[in-house]
Design a protein around this ligand. Structure first.
Ligand code: G50
Length: 460
């Protein structure tokens, strides 16, 4: 017989930060919790930066009527020259004091409030004031989290400044990563959003009640061990790997790419650099040349502007008529948002030329698709390093960060041929897919972690 305690429904609220990289795992977590009989209120900052974000949200709420939506109206945006997504993250942060009445008015009363790591320093004091347990969903890798937790200590110290690019960063004698992997804004002398967030939020997360990670034990064993053994930081709340967060039903819409249905299994390379990176025009054209020269079939998402609402230039203008004609023989170009879940799950897809945003890495693992890594910004070199070490893919380190050099078509073609022709990589990727499914399957490491969290919420 179950006690009345077990029967109590847990009710949690979720608040993401800006950008698809942050919204996507929050929506997936909301779907997962709903399937586990947890009542979810999803707080949506309004407005969003991109059209893709607002479409993902409305698609989600249409598919999951059980999830309550609460709009969180942000303060007016002050224009500045920073990255529009960082700008918006800052805006959400500065609007957070408006949350208390919203949270207190929710019924039944909340058992927990799960927020993005970029909001930790402003949200945690608010939840402490109303005695509401706060949890953090860290939307990048565990390896990135080792840096996040150490950065407040490292920032501005000789330990970091005096290192050469290839030197390994250490915290309390624990090796974290070579300096060359660190997101460039974190190494700048001047202030910027990322640096401030790593200092303020990285310091504050230890006051949360728990940290959830979209990763899985066998994928990031070492980093998780370093975190959980207290090697990186002592007195951390529990850190639980609950990933890969499975794509939710609202993402499984019909893919409009019937072309893929006619291609042989595993023969197509999917090319995308995520929702926030537009390559320079000359690099876009070299990439096109490379794709054609590689001889591989491909689906290529061309992104010409950082924010989709501004991406209105015709494809002809971006890559030229001649290239478009030559692409048609073996590939498909897409200039709108492409449903990545529907693409990666298609049997024709055999490889992924990816910037290695963390969701892309988890999705490639989930579907067992090998990665050819081309990190562009931020945490992506750290993630590419994980991909390479675990054997999910390869990474051409000499290509550098976005815009550091012009990578020529012939070089790109060569690397694509190597990746698509690598049989052992194909098999390794399928093994990782099995591990990923095991982790979230019944009794798997991620499944157990989530179950423990939910039973704690039920008792609150
Ligand atoms: C986006 C980005 C750059 C960048 C990161 C992004 C990360 C992820 C981890 O997500 O490093 C992280 C980001 C912000 C933060 C804390 C942790 O405040 O464009 O480096």
């Amino acid at each position: 017989m179950s006690s009345s305690r077990d029967q109590k429904l847990a009710h949690v609220a979720l608040l993401s930060s800006a950008g698809m990289g942050h919204i996507t795992p929050f929506l997936r977590l909301a779907a997962l919790l709903t399937a586990r009989n947890v009542q979810v209120t999803f707080i949506t900052p309004h407005p969003t930066v991109s059209l893709t974000e607002s479409q993902a949200l409305s698609g989600f709420f249409a598919s999951f009527p059980q999830v309550k939506q609460k709009q969180f109206h942000l303060l007016p945006l002050e224009e500045n020259s920073a990255d529009p997504f960082f700008n918006h993250m800052q805006l959400i942060k500065s609007s957070c004091h408006l949350l208390s009445p919203l949270l207190s008015a929710l019924t039944p009363s909340l058992s927990g409030f799960i927020t993005d790591m970029t909001l930790a320093s402003t949200v945690i004091p608010i939840t402490q004031a109303i005695s509401l347990p706060n949890y953090i969903l860290f939307t990048s890798s565990a390896k990135m989290m080792t840096l996040f937790l150490s950065y407040p200590t490292l920032a501005g110290s000789k330990a970091l400044d005096d290192l050469d690019e290839t030197d390994v960063i250490k915290i309390r004698n624990v090796e974290l990563m070579p300096k060359s992997l660190v997101p460039p804004p974190l190494l700048q002398k001047s202030n910027n959003f990322l640096k401030n967030s790593f200092i303020e939020d990285g310091r504050k997360v230890i006051e949360s009640c728990g940290i959830l990670l979209n990763t899985f034990v066998s994928f990031e064993l070492e980093s998780l061990r370093k975190i959980n053994d207290g090697q990186v930081l002592e007195r951390l709340p529990s850190v639980v790997a609950i990933g890969p967060l499975p794509p939710c039903d609202s993402e499984k819409s019909q893919l409009q790419l019937t072309w893929l249905d006619d291609q042989p299994a595993g023969s197509v390379l999917y090319v995308s650099f995520g929702s926030r990176t537009a390559l320079a025009r000359d690099q876009i054209r070299e990439l096109g040349e490379g794709l054609i020269k590689s001889g591989s079939r491909f689906v290529w998402v061309v992104k010409d502007k950082k924010v989709d609402r501004e991406d209105s230039e015709e494809l002809e203008e971006v890559i030229g008529h001649e290239l478009i004609e030559r692409v048609k023989e073996k590939g498909l170009i897409v200039k709108d948002w492409l449903n990545q879940e529907a693409t990666l799950s298609h049997p024709a897809i055999g490889g992924f030329l990816s910037h290695c945003g963390w969701n892309s890495v988890m999705e490639a693992a989930w579907h067992g698709v090998r990665i050819l890594a081309w990190p562009q910004n931020g945490d992506q070199k750290v993630n590419a390093d994980i991909v390479e070490r675990i054997g999910l893919g390869t990474w051409v380190k000499s290509w550098g960060w976005s815009g550091e050099m012009l990578v020529k078509g012939a070089e790109i073609a060569e690397r694509i041929r190597e990746s698509m022709g690598n049989e052992s990589l194909r098999i390794q990727a399928l093994g990782i897919k099995e591990d990923a499914r095991k982790a979230v399957g019944f009794g798997g490491s991620s499944d157990k972690g989530l179950t423990e969290l939910i039973s704690m919420w039920k008792q609150f």
